[in-house]
Design a protein. Structure first.
Length: 351
């Protein structure tokens, strides 16, 4: 009799444990890429508030948002909004996060973390994403700052539009740096260091000549003047970064793609007995092979331009002027090395 009671107790314990595990498994299951039933329920204050209606491209959607406890900004359902704007979403149950992608734009949203990845950089919106009734909600500002759309709140309605035609900008500038590391590619134009703009290059970015002839990313080099078609939205970093759709090279690339560049000040202007001008530039190299100090010979055909690619009068080339000298890979073995200038770019402050 004692043994039978012991067996019954063990059986009951096993059944109880199995039921608990099955309940936990169901709680963390994923359905169609959305959080499972274990997602947080709305707080009492959220439940009592009137819902926030949502319109996307002029059409109302069935799902609604809600106001945060302070009432400053509406929270909107992420999946329906992002998908309506053409994004694909991949839910990751183990981290309660979602990956969002559309073309070159990629970001990750994690429940309870006010950290949003934009163009490989983290930014804060002041409000954390929240799981409410099995849906992930984000602040309405997420549309403007991350999805590159337009969200306007009027009363209890959030109107969201795509407005593709307003999202693109065109910027012309001289290439001062090129990055290709771990599949991340970018082009720095209109300045060096924290100045200018960084163009993030994706697999769909078109690189071409003025006549439309296709170029490879490897054809780009420092010193080229390019026109970039890019998103109107950019990160708040220095320099700002932006997704880029097309790069058009406005001048002929050097025969050798191994162009060198040195950014710095003109420490001396030399003239030989025939009147030929050479510039001594002291600063830092723009590529691994570029020296920090170089003497560049100018000819009558050497372009002198600003960071936007516009012509600059040669009278600006005086001692103390900040410039970028672009030249070919052939240099003398002297110190400093001597080469022929392909292009001189005057810093915008010294135009």
């Amino acid at each position: 009799m004692f043994e039978m009671k012991s067996v019954l107790k063990k059986s009951l314990a096993i059944l109880t444990l199995s039921a608990t595990l099955m309940s936990a498994g169901a709680a963390y299951a994923s359905t169609n890429g959305d959080p499972g039933p274990a997602a947080l329920s709305p707080s009492a204050s959220q439940s009592e508030q009137a819902p926030v209606r949502i319109k996307i491209n002029g059409e109302p959607v069935a799902e609604t948002g809600y106001l945060t406890s302070d009432g400053d900004e509406p929270m909107i359902p992420l999946r329906i909004v992002a998908e309506k704007l053409g994004f694909t979403l991949t839910w990751k149950q183990e981290t309660l996060s979602v990956d969002i992608q559309k073309g070159q734009l990629f970001t990750t949203v994690t429940t309870g973390e006010d950290r949003y990845t934009i163009n490989r950089m983290l930014t804060s919106l002041g409000t954390v994403p929240a799981l409410v009734n099995n849906k992930l909600y984000v602040p309405a500002s997420f549309v403007n700052k991350v999805l590159h759309g337009f969200a306007v709140t009027e009363g209890s309605t959030v109107s969201i539009t795509e407005e593709e035609g307003q999202k693109n900008s065109r910027t012309t500038g001289v290439v001062t740096a090129i990055t290709y590391k771990d599949r991340y590619r970018s082009v720095h134009i209109q300045g060096t260091g924290m100045n200018g703009m960084v163009l993030n290059i994706g697999e769909d970015t078109v690189v071409q000549k003025k006549d439309g002839a296709k170029l490879a990313f490897s054809d780009l080099h420092v010193g080229l003047t390019v026109e970039a078609e890019h998103s109107n939205a950019a990160t708040l970093s220095l320099p700002p970064q932006t997704p880029t759709y097309k790069i058009t090279v406005l001048d002929e690339p050097m025969k050798s793609a191994d162009a060198l560049g040195t950014a710095g000040e003109i420490s001396e202007v030399r003239r030989d007995e025939k009147g030929a001008v050479s510039l001594v530039i002291e600063g830092s190299g723009l590529t691994e092979q570029s020296p920090g100090e170089v003497v560049l010979r100018l000819t009558d055909e050497t372009p002198v331009i600003n960071m936007s690619g516009k012509a600059v009068d040669r009278s600006k080339l005086v001692q103390g002027t900040k410039v970028v000298g672009v030249y070919g890979p052939v240099l003398t073995r002297s110190l400093p090395p001597i080469g022929s200038a392909w292009k001189i770019i005057v810093d915008a402050k010294d135009e």
